[in-house]
Design a protein around this ligand. Structure first.
Ligand SMILES: CC(C)(COP(=O)(O)OP(=O)(O)OC[C@H]1O[C@@H](n2cnc3c(N)ncnc32)[C@H](O)[C@@H]1OP(=O)(O)O)[C@@H](O)C(=O)NCCC(=O)NCCS
Length: 418
């Protein structure tokens, strides 16, 4: 067996392999200055030797090395670890001294379960995750690809940690964490987002559902995210049921097919739903049955959060240029903020809402699901907007609207279509 990576983390991996009675045939490292580690010679030119365990602590670097090596990978498990016979551990994963993995837990490939961690029943840990020493994951916790859980953190049952999150040492995580969040404390709160950590950096494929105007805007937004060094998405194309496969969409790419083609994708792929009609957005999401598809938040680098510690956000949101939010903001899933939107303090927004450019929601506004706010419309403070409301362009909503109706004007009045 061979090790790739010859730093401090590798020293522990060597101990684990020695304790398991397995022979180490050699080591590799890209750093030409490292020629030996714990009396094992370190080479710098890998030429297919295998099987390998990548002994690098940094999740992103580990992933990049794994992608570079085309070979067999092995898992290494210290004899003192207690692994349920009903749990599964992926290839390339290292399980350190005293770790406990309980029944029906699923641990992905190239993870690190560090010293003394507890992974309770039915947890799902995706590839390239690092659970640091003494961290405790209660039952049914899900951890997204590449996330790093700090030492002695506790994650309560059923919580979902997004892809490439960082959870600080000693945190107690009581809420789901969106992709790329850096969060800490008890209770654990988001401090900021670091999308540069996301797997986006490794050129992850992303597609856009909806090949219309919003689709092109989202494509441009993805280019801006990449250009600002906040990701390295590889835009593979568009899905759309109303345009034939092969149609080219400006200079961004081609239509790859419709919903059937999307549901047949067999490798993990990110997707942005770029359809401006709020209810159709939800309908599209509900028709996606392919569990290889995931929904990152796509956030323009210019997005400003006054108080990241009190900011919460779900998945699949699209936030275009020049939007800003203040404090105690909660945004659900699959909302579109289409540019120059301002959310005041304590705004709470549900799912599948669309805010056209220039929309402002004043302090303590509560918004349900599938609402559409027209260009430059305003909602005054403390108004509760339920579901399926349309607010016309330039309108000012001053009273609570009825679900499912359209409001226009200043002040906005219910508009009845004849
Ligand atoms: C969460 C973490 C990534 C934040 O790193 P960072 O963004 O560089 O943060 P900083 O070090 O600049 O600290 C910023 C503030 O957050 C506080 N802070 C940092 N980490 C914290 C934590 N885990 N819990 C509580 N507060 C924390 C600092 O005290 C500082 O507070 P201040 O602004 O009042 O002075 C890091 O501190 C951490 O906990 N890493 C995990 C380490 C670990 O478990 N390693 C295991 C290796 S096997």
């Amino acid at each position: 067996m061979y090790l790739y990576g010859a730093s401090g983390h590798a020293k522990v991996v060597i101990d684990i392999i020695n304790a398991s009675g397995i022979k180490i045939d050699g080591m590799f490292d890209d750093d030409n200055a490292i020629n030996e580690l714990m009396s094992i010679p370190v080479g710098h030119h890998w030429s297919g030797e295998s099987p390998i365990v990548v002994s690098i602590g940094n999740n992103l670097v580990r992933k990049q090395i794994v992608q570079k090596l085309q070979c067999d990978f092995v898992k290494v498990i210290h004899p003192s670890a207690v692994i349920s016979p009903n749990a599964s551990i992926g290839d390339g994963t290292v399980v350190m001294q005293g770790a406990v993995v309980q029944s029906c837990a699923q641990v992905g490939e190239h993870c690190i379960l560090n010293t003394g961690v507890t992974i309770d029943h039915e947890c799902v840990i995706n590839d390239f995750v690092h659970i640091s020493p003494q961290a405790t994951l209660c039952g049914n916790v899900h951890v997204g690809e590449g996330a790093w859980i700090g030492a002695s953190a506790v994650i309560i049952p059923g919580v979902k940690i997004g892809r490439w999150c960082t959870i600080g040492a000693g945190s107690v995580v009581v809420n789901d964490m969106p992709d790329g969040a850096v969060a800490y404390g008890n209770p654990c709160r988001i401090k900021y987002f670091d999308y540069s950590l996301c797997c986006e950096n490794t050129g992850s494929p992303i597609a856009i559902y909806g090949a219309g105007g919003l689709g092109r805007e989202v494509a441009g937004g993805i280019q801006r995210i990449n250009g600002a060094g906040k990701g390295n998405w590889n835009l593979v194309g568009f899905y759309d049921d109303s345009k034939p496969a092969g149609s080219s969409i400006s200079h961004y790419g081609d239509v790859l097919g419709g919903m059937d083609a999307l549901n047949a994708v067999d490798e993990p792929m990110a997707l942005a739903i770029a359809v401006g009609d709020a209810r159709i957005r939800r309908d599209i999401y509900e028709r996606i049955s392919n569990d290889k598809i995931y929904f990152p938040n796509l956030i323009a680098p210019s997005f400003r959060i006054l108080d990241p510690l009190t900011f919460k956000m779900g998945q699949g949101n699209i936030i275009q240029d020049s939007c800003s939010v203040t404090c105690d903001i909660e945004i659900g899933d699959f909302n579109v903020m289409n540019g120059s939107n301002v959310l005041g303090h304590d705004v709470n927004m549900g799912n599948f809402n669309v805010l056209m450019p220039g929309v402002r929601l004043s302090g303590s506004v509560k918004v349900g699901d599938c609402n559409m706010f027209g260009v430059d419309s305003v909602v005054l403070q403390q108004i509760k907007v339920g579901d399926n409301v349309t607010l016309g362009a330039g309108s000012v909503l001053m009273t609570k609207p009825k679900d499912g109706h359209t409001y226009i004007g200043v002040p906005a009045k219910k508009f009845d279509y004849k």
